[in-house]
Write a protein that binds this ligand. Structure first.
Ligand code: HCA
Ligand code: CU
Length: 412
């Protein structure tokens, strides 16, 4: 714990899996060009690792892995395979690859309904594949992970991890494949695992019950040094820890933790992947959602105008974004209206500001208002023309101000 009571996060690494887990999102069908765009943008953002789909998935997967490995990116390149010799052999054909992520399920349902092996067989398989890789390409980083780690018996998990650790893997991974774990479960498992292995620990968390970011944070707090993410969180079902969400969480602890990344690129990354997979960025997305830095109620607006940290833990400017103060509604307050009048260069006395604010609030009770409407009222007020306050009477807005959306952000 540090002096603010937060757990100390050691140096951590992002394993960005948009090009592996993200490809498993139902809307994803990346072309080679799109994969290159994603890989290059993530590299520029500064993630430490890129995880790509297994070369055995399809001929194109193989070629694209080869191509991306030849780009000379700064990020280290990993591919993700099942625990078998054939997959490992194919992966090792790729020049420029930096590591292999191996996954195997040891939970009872998978043992029964998927590969059918018992724990000693899993260990035997793991030893075979790991020794094969060590023998052929000893320079490769190898990670060994168990699928559905949180529903697998602890003694089985730890037996497998101890064995692979003895062989000298670089990382052991725990995967919350079904999104069932809580931050407490993750903290406990990572802490206990770290007591029995020398290898670093990686966490991969699905978001079925909304805990992926908190779970990733708990993993880091317990001493994991690697977290898997994907852009917008895309993956199987509703996905995994979103890159932007993890960044937001860590920034909230200490902005210095994420200064190593090119934060101003986050919006571009989210927009690019949203376009490629045919979805919108959710309105409430971490950092890049349209309302992430929008303030509405008069009390909030007043405080934000005085000092943004009152209602913002993240400074939008660090991400190349700006805040927006919504003023055209019944929650508005005179501070915000005064601010808008000043922005427009309109001189109004304090008394007039209070009157016009009351007028705008009453009008907003009658009909939806736009920022253009508010601006028009402010101009009319400054010209001594007060629109009728009779209930229901329509104000005739000048034509050119008739847009229905609030235009242009109301910037700091
Ligand atoms: C899957 C596998 C995986 C693997 C995670 C890992 C999972 O697609 O089902 O390699 O650590 O969630 O278990 O993504
Ligand atoms: Cu997964």
């Amino acid at each position: 714990m540090n002096d603010t009571g937060q757990p100390t996060i050691r140096d951590f690494h992002i394993i960005e899996s948009t090009l592996r887990e993200g490809e498993q999102f139902v809307g994803a069908n990346f072309t080679t060009g799109q994969k290159i765009d994603i890989a290059c943008a993530l590299d520029e953002f500064g993630v430490e690792y890129l995880e790509l789909t297994s070369p055995v998935v399809s001929p194109r997967s193989y070629r694209d892995l080869q191509l991306i490995a030849s780009l000379g990116l700064r990020a280290r390149l990993l591919t993700h395979i099942r625990c078998n010799r054939d997959d490992a052999a194919r992966a090792m054909e790729i020049e420029g690859l930096n590591g292999i992520d191996i996954v195997i399920g040891i939970g009872l349902p998978l043992r029964k309904f998927s590969h059918g092996w018992d724990v000693p067989q899993v260990v035997e398989k793991a030893v075979q594949v790991l020794s094969f890789i060590k023998d052929q390409r000893p320079e490769l980083e190898v990670r060994f992970s168990t699928e559905d780690s949180f529903r697998s018996p602890r003694e089985d998990l730890f037996r497998v991890y101890s064995e692979v650790d003895r062989l000298g893997v670089h990382r052991v991974g725990i995967a919350d494949t079904v999104g069932v774990a809580t931050p407490f479960d993750v903290y406990d498992l990572v802490r206990d695992l770290k007591r029995i292995v020398r290898a670093e620990v990686e966490f991969h968390g699905h978001n079925d019950s909304g805990c992926a970011i908190a779970n990733s944070y708990a993993a880091l707090a317990a001493g994991a040094a690697y977290v898997d993410t994907s852009i917008l969180g895309i993956g199987e079902r509703n996905g995994i820890t979103p890159l932007g969400g993890l960044i937001a969480r860590l920034y909230a602890v200490d902005p210095a933790l994420v200064r190593k990344y090119n934060l101003k690129m986050l919006k571009k990354l989210d927009e690019m992947v949203a376009r490629f997979v045919g979805v919108d960025i959710p309105f409430n997305n971490y950092i890049t959602g349209i309302t992430a830095f929008t303030h509405k109620a008069g009390i909030h607006a007043k405080a934000i105008l005085n000092e943004p940290s009152t209602y913002e833990i993240i400074d939008p400017a660090d991400f190349g974004l700006s805040r927006y103060i919504s003023i055209a509604h019944r929650f508005t307050g005179w501070n915000a209206i005064k601010w808008r009048a000043e922005q427009l260069g309109i001189q109004l006395s304090p008394e007039q500001i209070r009157e016009v604010t009351a007028h705008i609030k009453a009008l907003a009770d009658e009909k939806p208002l736009t920022l253009d409407d508010v601006d028009t009222i402010l101009w009319q007020w400054s010209n001594g023309h007060h629109p009728s306050e009779k209930r229901g009477e329509e104000i005739r807005w000048p034509r050119h101000r008739g847009r229905s959306r609030e235009p242009e952000a109301f910037k700091r």
